[in-house]
Design a protein around this ligand. Structure first.
Ligand code: SF4
Length: 235
């Protein structure tokens, strides 16, 4: 069969969808994450559809009763790296944006040191509504919300996901995993490389471990074939 570009293949799949065909078997790309077939605009549209039609004014779990805003996630839908944390805190709940409080400053600083702007990566959480008193999300809440995050990952199909902290790691990969055991070692999710690392809130309490997070970031940058420009000795 003649080789098609991503855009051409996406158009063919759209055409099949209009005909009522919901799934097709494509041998050559069967291991390819679905988002690799979409342009940046198509990814943006798919995420907007998820936000408006899929999530809407979601009431699927009890966190909806106490939230101010749903924190969907933000960034470049066609990015190389996604950062995934646990859930919104007070600042995030007020603004409806992920990682904008003090932990957000630590994350933004890491992103910048890696050579990216926040707008060039994608940031999201396991749950999209703030757990009261900043408690960990309960397993049924995470379970209700995870399909939304998994859809975001599927659409964005980043090259790497940095999963931050035990809550994100255990909900996304394996409930028996511990950050202290697996950080720095690539894991796999839907064929996408996942780098477990400490949560920025942990680094605020344990700044002496920041260099370990930087080591994880360097491993990610090397995998992406990017230059490591930051000198960790300079803070
Ligand atoms: S946390 Fe997720 S599942 Fe629960 S109400 Fe919010 S958006 Fe819906």
């Amino acid at each position: 069969m003649e080789e098609l570009s991503r855009e051409e293949l996406a158009r063919v799949l759209d055409f099949y969808k209009e005909l009522g065909i919901e799934s097709v078997y494509i041998d050559d790309v069967k291991d390819e994450p679905m988002g690799n077939l979409l342009s940046r605009q198509e990814k943006q549209r798919a995420l907007e559809d998820l936000m408006k039609d899929g999530i809407g004014d979601c009431r699927r779990c009890r966190l909806s009763e106490t939230r101010t805003n749903i924190v969907f996630g933000e960034g470049d839908p066609d990015c190389e790296i996604m950062f995934i944390g646990e859930g919104p805190g007070a600042d995030e709940d007020m603004q409806g944006r992920p990682f904008v409080g003090r932990a957000g400053q630590v994350l933004t600083s890491l992103i910048n040191k890696m050579g990216f702007e926040r707008e060039e990566v994608y940031i999201a959480n396991i749950v999209k509504c703030r757990p009261p008193d900043n408690r960990n999300p309960h397993s049924d809440e995470a379970e209700s919300c995870l399909p939304f995050l998994k859809r975001q990952i599927e659409v964005i199909s980043p090259k790497v996901i940095m999963v931050m902290g035990n809550v994100a790691l255990q909900n996304l990969l394996d409930p028996d995993m511990r950050i202290t055991k697996v950080r720095g070692k690539f894991q796999d999710l839907f064929g996408i490389k996942v780098m477990p690392t400490f949560h920025p809130s942990y680094l605020m309490r344990n700044p002496k471990d920041k260099w370990l997070t930087w080591e994880d970031a360097v491993t990610v940058l090397k995998f992406l074939g990017r230059d490591v420009v930051h000198d960790p000795g300079r803070g």
